[in-house]
Design a protein around this ligand. Structure first.
Ligand code: SF4
Length: 512
């Protein structure tokens, strides 16, 4: 019989390796012929390790399973026929999964991430095969028409970047995947690297074909050792099978791909600091222009996209731009893998089309706070995202609608806080985070963040005059910083001041 135990590092951290070992031992003891597949994670983290047993009706899920549960689980499945207390029913029928719109994450949890045969059996490489039949300009146009925007946080149209690189004249062009996923509460990049690496390889290869690049790099944060190992193995397999390297699928096109391990600086998620790091220098932000699309890695035209952006490309090429564009609202097309974390009952990966609301994500999917207390604030878009109060929880999620009320969607990270959270402390943490992670290139961020922590301490200690100074400082950092790290630090600080003034000891009427 066939049984699935995830190999995703979140599942492994919760004991998946021990569960797999116990299953193998039990199968040997009982003389059972067992095909144990280490699949990727479904992203239902409160149920991890989620074990799935193949049955004629479909895969039946059990979770969260420990090594001690394995004997009882096999007894229930194969002998007594009685329901086991951890049985979740058919995995495809679990509402958390059923109510999602999984496009990019369609194979997640379904396949063995390092099986090329499994990948191809689940629509893998269909986008690349189609792209190879098209003129490069048509491939770029497909991405433009799909409305795909950068999923790393900036939401810049991917097709425009590609068009710029394609039009640039140079002997060497590059495709770089930014996998330096440093935002708190985010893991969709990691899940993709570990759980569906061929999808990213396919997306990057399509980008190379479209723009004329022949060399690519995946820049992965050093805190992701499993992702680094999985990507390296996947690249070797794809190269050996002719999907990468010279003469891809006998098309005459060439694209070589390598992994570069990052060194642990948050600022290297900023694209130009990442390029510096890849060139062997200290990760310091470059002034723009020139833009990386014209002068990027080693001064050459470079496509830089985030993992999810590139991973969204295969389905656009395979199903067509219109199919993808049909999802979403306004100018926010397609889906976003939201990452629900913090004080929430059912944290996990939720891929939904734009237009979903925070309330739906936190309550319909998340089940409310883990503590059972009222939710007070939710931080959207990483450590430098705004704290969103309840008045915006029903706003359909869309880049423009959010920006209009000062919220950034960012990389889709959602961190929930209940009513015991002190927003003045959380906001101070954001300012301190900026001071620690600042690359030091520009004054508003380098000096401003350190002074900001001091001013916030004065405010917390009862010096109400410090509020004016803090707002002024945030304004300077917002408009005077060279990159988003310094510029966005005002988001958590001002949203905390504006919506939760009582946490700073200020009367509501004082807030602007
Ligand atoms: Fe460096 Fe901060 Fe300036 Fe960005 S805002 S360039 S991180 S000093």
């Amino acid at each position: 019989f066939k049984i699935y135990v995830p190999r995703d590092s979140a599942a492994v951290a919760l004991g998946a390796d021990e569960v797999a070992a116990a299953l193998l031992a039990q199968a040997q003891q009982r003389g059972l012929e067992m095909d144990l597949v280490r699949n990727s994670s479904r992203g239902l983290f409160w149920l991890e390790p989620l074990v799935e047993v193949q049955t004629p009706a479909g895969r039946v899920a059990y979770g969260p399973v420990t090594a001690e549960d394995v004997t009882g689980l096999l007894d229930a499945q194969f002998h007594t026929g009685a329901d086991h207390r951890l049985k979740q029913g058919l995995v495809d029928e679990i509402p958390y999964l059923k109510q999602q719109e999984r496009l990019t994450f369609a194979r997640m949890g379904v396949t063995d991430p390092l099986s090329l045969a499994d990948y191809e059996a689940h629509a893998g490489f269909a986008g690349l095969r189609r792209a190879l039949t098209l003129d490069a300009s048509v491939v770029v146009q497909q991405v433009l028409d799909s409305g795909l925007r950068g999923r790393g946080g900036a939401a810049f149209p991917a097709g425009i970047k590609w068009k710029t690189v394609a039009a640039a004249q140079a002997a060497q062009k590059y495709v770089v995947c930014n996998a330096d996923e440093g935002d708190s509460g985010t893991y969709s990049d990691r899940m993709t690297l570990e759980g569906d690496p061929f999808m990213l390889i396919e997306g990057m290869t399509i980008a190379a074909i479209a723009t004329g690049a022949t060399q690519g790099y995946v820049y992965i944060r050093s805190e992701y050792p499993h992702a680094v190992a999985t990507m390296r193995e996947a690249i070797d397999k794809a190269t050996a099978a002719g999907f990468l390297g010279a003469d891809i699928l006998q098309s005459g096109k060439t694209f070589h791909l390598e992994v570069r391990k990052a060194a642990g600086a948050y600022v290297c998620g900023e694209e130009t600091a990442m390029l510096e790091s890849m060139e062997g220098k200290r990760g310091v932000v470059r002034a723009k222009p020139p833009i990386p699309a014209l002068q990027g890695l080693f001064g050459q035209p470079t496509v830089i996209n985030n993992v999810i952006t590139l991973a969204s490309v295969p389905i656009i090429l395979a199903r067509g731009a219109d199919f993808y564009k049909h999802y979403g609202v306004g100018r926010s097309h397609g889906t976003l893998p939201f990452q629900l974390t913090g004080n929430v009952k059912r944290g996990g990966l939720i891929e939904k089309a734009f237009g979903v609301t925070l309330r739906q994500l936190m309550f319909d999917f998340g089940g409310g706070s883990a503590s059972g207390r009222p939710i007070k604030a939710v931080q959207v878009g990483g450590p430098l995202g705004a704290y969103v109060p309840e008045c915006y929880w029903d706003l359909p999620l869309d880049y423009e609608a959010y920006a209009a009320v000062g919220i950034t969607v960012g990389h889709g990270g959602i961190v929930v806080h209940d009513d015991t959270a002190d927003l003045s402390r959380l906001a101070r943490y954001a300012m301190e985070f900026c001071a620690i992670e600042s690359c030091g290139k520009c004054t508003p961020c380098r000096i401003g963040s350190t002074r900001g922590v001091e001013v916030m301490d004065r405010l917390k200690n009862g010096d109400h005059q410090a509020e004016v100074l803090l707002r002024d400082l945030c304004d300077t950092m917002l408009h005077g910083s060279l990159c988003a790290l310094g510029g966005m630090t005002s988001n958590p600080v001002l949203s905390a001041l504006n919506y939760y003034p009582q946490d700073f000891g200020l009367a509501a009427s004082v807030a602007k």
